[in-house]
Design a binder for this molecule. Structure first.
Ligand SMILES: NC(=O)C1=CN([C@@H]2O[C@H](COP(=O)(O)OP(=O)(O)OC[C@H]3O[C@@H](n4cnc5c(N)ncnc54)[C@H](OP(=O)(O)O)[C@@H]3O)[C@@H](O)[C@H]2O)C=CC1
Ligand SMILES: O=C(O)C1=N[C@H](C(=O)O)C[C@H](O)C1
Length: 233
């Protein structure tokens, strides 16, 4: 496959290595807001910055190039991207986290939220830890986890930098040098605690998931998720 990398930072470079090792070719590396001929690529992978993700994705959809996006912090425009993709019969996947482990963790989190939903003695809280270069907080993964809990409990929303909350899910975001991404969900009561935690040891899992998604989407039209790619039920 001919791949366009929209964003050639930490993730772009990790994706390049994995894509080449799987026999693909990188035909575009875009790192600034310049015009590119996206039609040179069979598929595009966007890991850029919150302010550029929507333009990068729209350009691909307008030009009928399937696009995978892992950029976080731009989701106020997600529904516009979905609408454009449907209108133009394009192909698009956004995932806050492309790793297999986190996508299993998402399902575990929903199951646990369902089991805990009527147990009033437990207070829920979440923490995400990332490297100090991260632009957005809370992480996209933390938001997806919170949405999974909201769907399966009486919690209404999430709140950043709170440690406790009666009706919402408090999320603490910590920034520590070099941490690729650690997410924890706690249920604490007077007598005990339940904790589920995912720790990324490197960026390899995110990058592999993005390349697998790019391979999967070729020849398809529609808006998909990593659940479709990984066939997780
Ligand atoms: N979904 C997932 O699994 C994962 C998602 N992420 C997310 O991916 C994004 C990128 O992460 P990361 O690689 O660590 O960040 P980096 O800052 O290392 O890379 C982002 C790159 O995008 C470049 N860029 C700036 N403007 C544009 C533009 N208009 N078009 C294309 N590229 C541009 C930046 O260039 P410059 O530095 O010159 O501004 C930079 O090189 C973040 O939003 C992060 O949260 C990260 C890991 C996993
Ligand atoms: O910025 C990062 O590095 C990461 N961003 C994603 C997020 O916001 O959840 C995924 C991963 O945790 C790494």
């Amino acid at each position: 496959m001919k791949i366009a990398l929209l964003g050639y930072g930490r993730m772009g470079k990790e994706i390049e290595k994995i894509a080449i090792s799987r026999g693909h070719e990188i035909v575009i590396k875009k790192d600034v807001d310049t015009e590119i001929d996206i039609t040179l690529a069979d598929v595009a992978i966007d890991f850029s910055i919150p302010n550029s993700a929507f333009n990068n994705i729209s350009n691909c959809i307008e030009n009928k190039v399937p696009v995978i996006s892992g950029t976080t912090g731009w989701l106020d425009k997600y529904n516009d991207a979905v609408k454009l993709c449907e209108e133009k019969k394009g192909a698009f996947i956004y995932a806050s986290n492309f790793s297999l482990g986190v996508n299993i963790f998402f399902e575990l989190n929903k199951q646990l939220a369902k089991m805990m939903s009527n147990l009033e003695d437990y207070n829920i809280s979440m923490e995400e830890i990332h490297h100090t270069k991260k632009l957005d907080a809370p992480s996209g993964t933390a938001i997806t986890l919170a949405e999974g809990i909201i769907e399966n409990s009486t919690k209404k929303d999430w709140e950043l930098d709170k440690t406790t909350s009666e009706e919402n899910i408090p999320i603490v975001a910590k920034r520590i040098p070099e941490v690729p991404g650690t997410h924890t969900v706690w249920y604490n009561s007077e007598v005990d605690s339940i904790e589920i935690k995912h720790t990324a040891h490197s960026r390899q899992g995110f990058a592999l998931g993005a390349v697998v998604a790019a391979e999967w989407i070729l020849g398809k039209t529609g808006v998909f998720s990593m659940k479709d790619v990984l066939n997780i039920s």
